[in-house]
Design a protein around this ligand. Structure first.
Ligand code: BES
Ligand code: MN
Ligand code: MN
Length: 471
């Protein structure tokens, strides 16, 4: 008789405990690779990170491990997907494990207490760019699979496909195209995504909704060339002032977006959801002080901070390249300036319609003497996933066994563009079981991953995969 699933699970958990330190050392190696997907100068590093993941998936016994190219003539910057599978568990369900191996830029570098690509352990955390978003969380999947593989002597209790992307932080176009064209290769009963946060320390959390987004650039052009601001100031249009005027008309002081029709499709959360959010351990004043660190919170009156960040659209400006930004002073009227502006979307808004509304409104408020070009850089759909299925139950049971607590369901204000495609294109129910913490500094200096959560994440994933296989 073969060993029972529970014995395999226990052996896998044991293996993960014994080898926890080694797992962290391997993760550090991956974190040393600066796989910044948006930076062309890091193209080889992004590739090295993909290869590193592929090599490890091969080593732990996954099959048909492959780097899938996404670069094409019209998208030469596309980064590879990493694919692996194990489909020997005849008659068992298939889990699609998703993660991303690319990271955000590390700047501003002088704000880091230890260098972003020299992973450093301090106070039970590992600090590095990508520690929690998403290399550390992706590594939990790989290590959970390894533990089950060792415990089962090369036999897994469930079928698996693994898909890792290197473009999540720049919109995920490559994987979206792959899903459209080769969706069958990712066929699974459930997708598991670990790229979100826990609501509070020690509180097991499933993320059940993400905002979508449109990321745009507005380019303003005035004079034919840069001009002396003394000779021409008062007569020549200034593209920065023009952009400031445009931006100021996009959102009022209360945080309401002024684009006509923008809110038409916004769906209110259900009464049950709103009630559940009210019961979460959350204090707006503490959030303002501890997490944001500003003198006030902003946003639409009549909505709680959780509603505003999870269930309402918003607009932000990320940077305005152009003109003179060196130290000292230069008196110039730049010929052109750019504003990088993104809008977060919520169900049932669509990127195409929202962008069209935004573009025509921006064009309609173009100041005199200025030409505006509104460009869409990338976009992704908002999504709310179902919580009423056996996979969500397997996830909450797994986390109960590890954390000794009931799981809370939250939404996330961030975006993971491919999740919408898993659900809508592939019709694959998706479980977002993430182990980041609110103070993990995603996208910011001193990003970290709490090591206890790395280990608890691995154990939760081991249990989840075993439970799905046993169902
Ligand atoms: N992992 C985040 C998204 C996230 C963070 C979801 C916290 C929920 C809670 C992801 O890597 C991310 O940062 N996505 C980008 C997507 C964009 C560039 C298309 C984002 O949200 O800005
Ligand atoms: Mn991420
Ligand atoms: Mn991110």
């Amino acid at each position: 008789m073969s060993v029972t699933v529970t014995e395999t699970t226990a052996a896998a958990v044991e293996f993960a405990k014994t080898n926890g330190k080694q797992f962290v050392e391997e993760l550090k190696e991956l974190l040393r690779i600066p796989s910044v997907s948006t930076a062309p100068e890091h193209r080889d590093d992004v590739r090295r990170a993909a290869q590193f993941c592929a090599d490890e998936l091969t080593r732990i016994g996954m099959e048909h491990v492959e780097l899938i190219e996404t670069a094409t003539v019209d998208r030469p910057g596309g980064h590879a997907l990493v694919y692996a599978e194990y489909l020997q568990a005849t008659g068992k369900p298939t889990v699609l494990c998703y993660g991303h191996y690319d990271v955000q830029p590390a700047e501003p570098l002088d704000e880091w207490k230890s260098p972003p690509f020299e992973p450093t352990e301090r106070d039970g955390n590992i600090y590095a760019r990508g520690a929690v978003d998403d290399k550390g969380q992706m590594w939990m999947h790989v290590k959970a699979i390894e533990a089950l593989m060792v415990a089962g002597h090369g036999v897994l209790p469930v079928n698996l496909r693994v898909i890792l992307e290197g473009e999540e932080e720049v919109g995920g176009e490559g994987i979206a195209k792959f899903v459209r064209e080769h969706g069958a290769r990712l066929k699974a009963d459930v997708a598991l995504v670990s790229d979100t946060e826990m609501f509070a320390p020690d509180l097991p959390t499933l993320c059940v909704g993400l905002r979508g987004m449109i990321y745009t650039e507005i380019e303003a052009r005035g004079a034919r060339t840069d001009l002396h601001s003394g000779m021409y100031g008062g007569a020549a249009p200034n593209p920065f002032v023009a952009l400031a005027q445009v931006i100021a008309k996009l959102k009022d002081e209360d945080g309401k977006i002024l684009i006509p029709g923008f809110y038409d499709k916004v769906a209110a959360p259900t009464v049950a959801e709103l009630q559940a959010w009210k019961a979460l351990p959350f204090d707006e004043e503490e959030y303002r002080e501890a997490e944001i660190g500003s003198s006030a919170l902003t946003g639409e009156p009549g909505f709680s901070a959780l509603e505003r960040t999870w269930a309402r659209p918003t607009l932000d400006v990320h940077g305005m390249p152009g003109g003179f930004v060196g130290s000292g002073a230069k008196t110039v009227i730049p010929a052109k300036a750019v504003a990088k502006v993104s809008l977060r979307l919520v169900p049932d808004m669509t990127p195409a319609e929202s962008f069209a509304q935004y573009k025509s409104f921006v064009e309609s408020i173009c100041p005199k003497g200025i030409q505006l070009e509104v460009r869409l850089i990338h976009s992704g759909d908002p999504i709310v996933v179902s919580t009423d299925n056996e996979y969500v139950r397997a996830a909450t049971e797994s986390m109960r066994e590890v954390f000794g607590k009931e799981t809370v369901f939250v939404r996330g204000g961030g975006s993971i563009p491919i999740v919408g495609d898993f659900v809508r294109e592939l019709k694959t129910p998706t479980v977002m079981m993430g182990f980041g913490l609110p103070d993990d500094n995603l996208h910011a200096p001193n990003e970290k991953f709490h090591l206890a959560n790395f280990h608890r994440g691995i154990e939760s994933i081991i249990r989840f995969l075993a439970k799905v296989g046993a169902a």
